[in-house]
Design a binder for this molecule. Structure first.
Ligand code: ADP
Ligand code: MG
Length: 757
């Protein structure tokens, strides 16, 4: 292997695993996780302590109504949070927000302020620490460098970040024992347009809360004049985060990983994931060190990370939190990604969130487990023991089916990106067609209702436990306890699957913020709940509330109308593609096409009617997505072309010249002696020429993309149709050369080194 690769492999081998000290008591015993969980969060409890009772009551009201805070309350909170944060080393504060870049943004300001006193001796300047209510509530970062999709022209580039009181403030530790106070915020324009992911997410959670409460209060009526039984409905979200962790020094030798997050060339090693020996295997110690250090920080930040394990591909891992209210869960997922990156860096590792960092092995997703819950904590997607007569559950269930039926295309758009494009439809990733998997039991429940017959085969107590040791053959396991079984089996191939008491949106990419897909899902279901409520009202006529028969009639109606989106079979199979087309389900293959769904009146009318997006917000988002796609591809193409021209080809030339030298030396002895080297050289020649041609072709595709003009939509389309294939073609040739070139000359780490370090 070449010197840089050898040096970095040696460095990796000789490097001790980093150790940190987990919190300990004075007597040396460990502090329990539950005791330091959330210690870096300024909780509601602390706000309560800081405010007089009536002020706290009004804060709660404002928080739930999502109104602006009054100045006196804001000042009191600002003061309390500054003291709390400064006592924990904070020197700065920042509004922390989510522009449409796929990541978070922050700009730090010191608490330090100068105060002038004018006395008879002239001006006296004193340094003080201060943080006012208005600084807490609002900041004005220069918005002109964030994507706006043409919504802001530069002369009105103002944007505001405003504290989102539904998400608590927290501190993050920095270097030298200092820290920074983070204020979760929304980001809006001078005119109040959403420039970020959070604003629309909050709008969507309000919309679904409203539609869902209306349905629940209609089917579960309260006496006239009494308070509605359900006053609020939350969407709940648990994000399973998949990622790769690789050695950082090897990573730094791969310009493609550095600039694009994925490898643009490279062959699989002979052994990769075929043996299924990585999934749930023992976590490698360097990785474990990173995971648990990240968890320690996340626990302090109040992020309830619950699960960690090896994933299917070599060097692929997953973590998952306990689910929370959706917008908090989104913040927590973004924090998780942030903390993982930071801690991996300290451990000399690099975390890759890209959906497909390595061709040929599994990519990474972010399964978004989603449900709705009432303010009394009842999960609305809990089928309970007898789903067939649980009409509330069934009405909510058919609402979700109806949402996918109506807006599956929009859901597809919400998970589209240049990076997810490489994952979807390949290597155990869900296909591009959005369908719903319900499992055998619920399918039978719906079929029996549709056919008006009793439900068969599902005596629930039996299917809910699996008994060990019932038969003579099982004697050995008779000591194991009986275990309970979920109401659903699993189908890994479905993009949107019912898993026990929630839906799992699995097509979501590992790199993207869950905010947009969850916003779209919330919106689609909010609208669908309205349709179901309207159908119920129509069915019940002038009765004050619907009878069970009315409910069944409506459930039946929606079962019938949503049949096309239900699919229990193998979503990876070619037969499904044919079948889906027969059913009229959209099969949107490329991202630029998917983004167009945002402007399709079928979806855009729904989004604007619910007040989740304005028409101009949608137009701008559409442009931002197209533009990002085009830019992603441009960066990839130029990275690849440079890598091939400046590293791969020169390395092959060097190898060729060493062969040529050997040939001329050997010929001096006997022409026959030179034939093996000669044939190695001759095998290379046509492939080298092919690669040169492929690089030229790639460069000309990039060049032509610039000529398309200043139109993001046309650029994205062009990139998808011409730049992407030119890259694929160049890669195929480069991968042939990787095998033909002596390892010693090959300039960048192979997959075999990156994936097995
Ligand atoms: P699996 O890999 O088996 O799908 P995990 O335990 O990795 O399961 O992840 C399941 C995720 O679903 C967890 O984050 C969990 O908190 C979340 N979850 C469970 N119930 C709900 C619910 N009602 N709403 C939203 N998310 C939920
Ligand atoms: Mg899962």
């Amino acid at each position: 292997a070449n010197q840089a690769r050898v040096a970095s492999l040696q460095d990796n081998i000789n490097r001790p695993t980093r150790t940190i000290s987990y919190p300990k008591r004075a007597d040396g015993k460990p502090v329990y996780t539950s005791e330091f969980f959330g210690e870096n969060v300024f909780s509601l409890h602390q706000i309560a302590k800081a405010l007089p009772k009536p002020a706290y009551a009004s804060f709660l009201k404002q928080m739930r109504g999502r109104q602006a805070l009054d100045k006196a309350t804001a000042d009191a909170i600002a003061h309390a949070v500054r003291i709390w944060a400064m006592d924990r080393g904070a020197t700065h504060f920042t509004h922390w927000f989510q522009p449409q870049t796929g990541s978070t943004a922050e700009k730090h300001d010191a608490f330090l302020t100068l105060k002038s006193n004018f006395t008879s001796n002239g001006e006296e300047v004193t340094a003080i620490d201060a943080f006012s209510g208005s600084q807490l509530l609002q900041a004005e970062p220069d918005a002109s460098s964030f994507p706006s999709g043409g919504m802001r022209t530069t002369f009105e580039a103002r944007g505001y970040t405003v504290w989102d009181t539904t998400s608590p403030m927290f501190i993050q530790e920095g270097p030298h024992g200092t820290s920074v106070l983070y204020i979760p915020s929304v980001f809006i324009s001078y005119n109040g347009d959403a420039l970020d992911e959070k604003t629309v997410l909050l709008r969507s959670t309000s919309a679904i809360a409203k539609s869902c409460s209306e349905l629940l209060n209609l089917i579960d009526p309260v006496p006239v004049g009494a308070q509605p039984k359900v006053s609020h409905v939350y969407t709940t979200l648990g994000t399973e985060q998949e990622y790769f962790l690789i050695d950082r020094s090897l990573y730094s030798l791969r310009p493609d990983l550095k600039h694009t997050g994925r490898t643009l060339i490279g062959n699989l090693p002979p052994k990769h994931q075929q043996m299924d020996d990585h999934y749930f295997g023992r976590v490698p110690s360097k990785v474990m060190a990173t995971m648990s250090e990240a968890e320690l920080e996340l626990f302090r930040l109040g992020v309830p990370i619950k699960t960690r394990h090896n994933e299917v591909a070599p060097q692929q891992f997953e973590c998952a939190p306990i689910f929370e209210e959706a917008s908090l869960a989104v913040d927590h997922n973004l924090l998780t990604m942030d903390v993982l990156s930071k801690v991996a860096h300290k451990n000399k590792l690099k975390v890759l969130f890209h959906e497909k960092p390595f061709k040929g092995v599994n990519g990474s997703g972010k399964h978004c487990n989603w449900s709705m819950s009432t303010d009394r904590g009842e999960n609305l997607l809990d089928p309970t023991v007898k789903p067939e007569t649980n009409y509330r559950f069934l009405l909510v269930l058919v609402s979700v089916l109806h949402a996918v039926q109506q807006h599956g295309g929009l859901m597809r758009a919400s998970i589209a990106s240049s990076s997810n494009e490489h994952r979807l439809g390949a290597c155990e990733a869900p296909p591009m067609i959005v369908s719903v998997f319900l499992g055998e039991h619920l399918t039978e429940v719906l079929n029996s209702i549709e056919e008006g017959r009793p439900i068969k085969n599902f005596s629930v107590p039996e299917i809910q436990t699996i008994k060990f040791g019932g038969t003579a053959l099982d004697v050995k396991v008779a000591s194991l306890p009986s275990i309970s079984r979920d109401l659903t089996d699993r189908n890994r191939t479905s993009p949107f699957a019912f898993t026990g008491n929630k839906f799992e949106f699995r097509a979501v990419g590992s790199k993207q913020s869950p905010a947009f897909p969850v916003t779209i899902l919330n919106a689609a279901v909010a609208s669908s709940l309205q349709d179901v409520t309207a159908a119920l009202r129509e069915q019940m006529g002038d009765k004050p509330y619907p009878s069970d028969a009315d409910k069944v009639a409506v459930i039946k109606k929606f079962i019938a109308s949503t049949k096309a989106v239900r699919f229990e079979g193998d979503g990876y199979s070619d037969a499904w593609i044919v079948e889906a087309e027969k059913r009229g389900l959209p099969n949107i293959k490329t991202s630029p096409e998917a983004f167009e769904q945002l402007l399709n009146p079928l979806h855009s009318d729904m989004l604007t009617k619910l007040g989740i997006f304005t028409a101009s917000e949608l137009q701008s988002r559409h442009l931002i997505l197209q533009e990002r796609y085009a830019k992603d591809l441009l960066v990839e193409a130029t990275t690849l072309s440079t890598l091939l021209a400046s590293q791969v080809l020169p390395a092959v030339f060097e190898y060729r010249s060493s062969l040529a030298q050997a040939i001329s030396l050997l010929k001096g002895i006997d022409a026959e002696d030179a034939t093996p080297e000669l044939s190695a050289l001759r095998a290379l020649t046509p492939v080298v020429k092919e690669l040169q041609a492929a690089v030229d072709n790639l460069n000309s595709a990039v060049h032509k993309m610039h000529e398309v003009g200043d139109d993001p939509v046309a650029e994205a389309k062009y990139a998808c149709a011409h730049v992407q294939p030119a890259m694929t073609e160049a890669r195929a040739v480069a991968d042939k050369l990787e095998v033909l070139t002596a390892d010693k000359y090959y300039p960048i780490p192979h997959y075999s080194e990156l994936l097995w370090f």
